[in-house]
Design a protein around this ligand. Structure first.
Ligand code: GRG
Length: 286
């Protein structure tokens, strides 16, 4: 399976900007940053940012710094997630995990380097008012109500029986929060109205959870040659698949994508690309 054809334009723009921000050269920390950041990725989150920017009448050029900042945060989280003290993973983006190549100390510094660069990129790309709004948005997505909180709850739930509500809360933080920030940041770079931002928030919230459910499914029945990461990483965790079974999880992801699409009704045909994105998310194998 491939990503939708329209991804190419956004992936290319993002990749070029990320290569400019973090050339694969220089000291070990920079090479370690580039190693994970520039490895093959679907770039779903920056694609979402740029689609939302366009939907709100903006351009790829103006949305690109926000899209890159979101991807920098994502790459940072992947390095941390794979560490021996977290998921202890060996394969990521089709390559040995960052700490396996650079060692744990450099990998941790590289993750901080990417996170730091994300906020620096926003600060230098936009006027003070927009930069402040985007910084607040992204720092909220990274924080205790987002990636960090979700990850902590996920780690504490290892080997524990947890409720569906807690499982959902974990993944709304670990995965959903950055999807929402990706969509909203794109809209803000294009001056999207509060109503538009609310609709895109609802879309991205549901899309992000669906994305995570399929991620759980791929942990069970995915092909590492296609996903580029280990399978059976989640055996000690409650997942959407252990809760609902393979078919139940797939159905749940479809329902969430339908709910996501309903939030796009106010945009009519202008949101067709976002509908294509949710169709991809519901059926992806990579
Ligand atoms: C301080 C940034 C920061 C994070 C600390 C480690 C952590 C807290 C959170 C982990 C978040 C995490 C890795 C969630 C999993 C999200 C997920 C489904 C990743 C796979 O994303 P894809 O399929 O990967 O989009 P590619 O490689 O295509 O980008």
């Amino acid at each position: 399976m491939r990503v939708p054809a329209f991804f190419a334009e956004f992936q290319q723009a993002t990749d070029n900007e990320l290569r400019r921000l973090v050339p694969d050269a220089g000291d070990p920390v920079q090479r370690s940053m580039a190693y994970t950041l520039l490895a093959p990725s679907k770039r779903v989150r920056p694609v979402l940012t740029l689609l939302c920017a366009r939907l709100c009448g903006g351009t790829v050029a103006r949305g690109l710094a926000a899209a890159s900042a979101v991807e920098l945060i994502h790459a940072s989280s992947l390095i941390l997630d794979d560490l021996p003290s977290m998921d202890d993973a060996a394969l990521r983006r089709g390559r040995a995990t960052n700490h396996k190549v650079f060692g744990e100390a450099i990998a941790i510094l590289a993750a901080f380097g990417l996170l730091n660069l994300s906020f620096g990129t926003i600060a230098t790309a936009y006027d003070a008012e927009l930069a402040a709004r985007l910084t607040a948005l992204l720092s909220g997505a990274v924080g205790n109500d987002g990636l960090i909180g979700g990850q902590a709850a996920d780690l504490l739930a290892t080997d524990q029986v947890i409720s569906f509500e807690l499982l959902e809360r974990i993944h709304r933080g670990k995965t959903g929060a950055l999807f929402v920030a990706a969509a909203v940041s794109g809209a803000l770079t294009a001056g999207g109205s509060p109503e538009t931002v609310a609709s895109l928030t609802a879309y991205a919230k549901n899309l992000g959870l669906a994305f995570q459910i399929i991620d759980d499914l791929l942990d069970v029945e995915g092909d590492p040659a296609e996903t580029g990461k280990d399978v059976r990483e989640d055996v000690r965790k409650t997942t959407f698949v252990s809760f609902s079974g393979v078919e139940g999880a797939r159905q749940l992801a479809r329902e969430l994508c339908d709910t996501a699409d309903r939030a796009l009704l106010p945009f009519g045909k202008r949101a067709d690309r976002l509908r294509e994105l949710s169709m991809f998310v519901a059926s992806r194998s990579l």
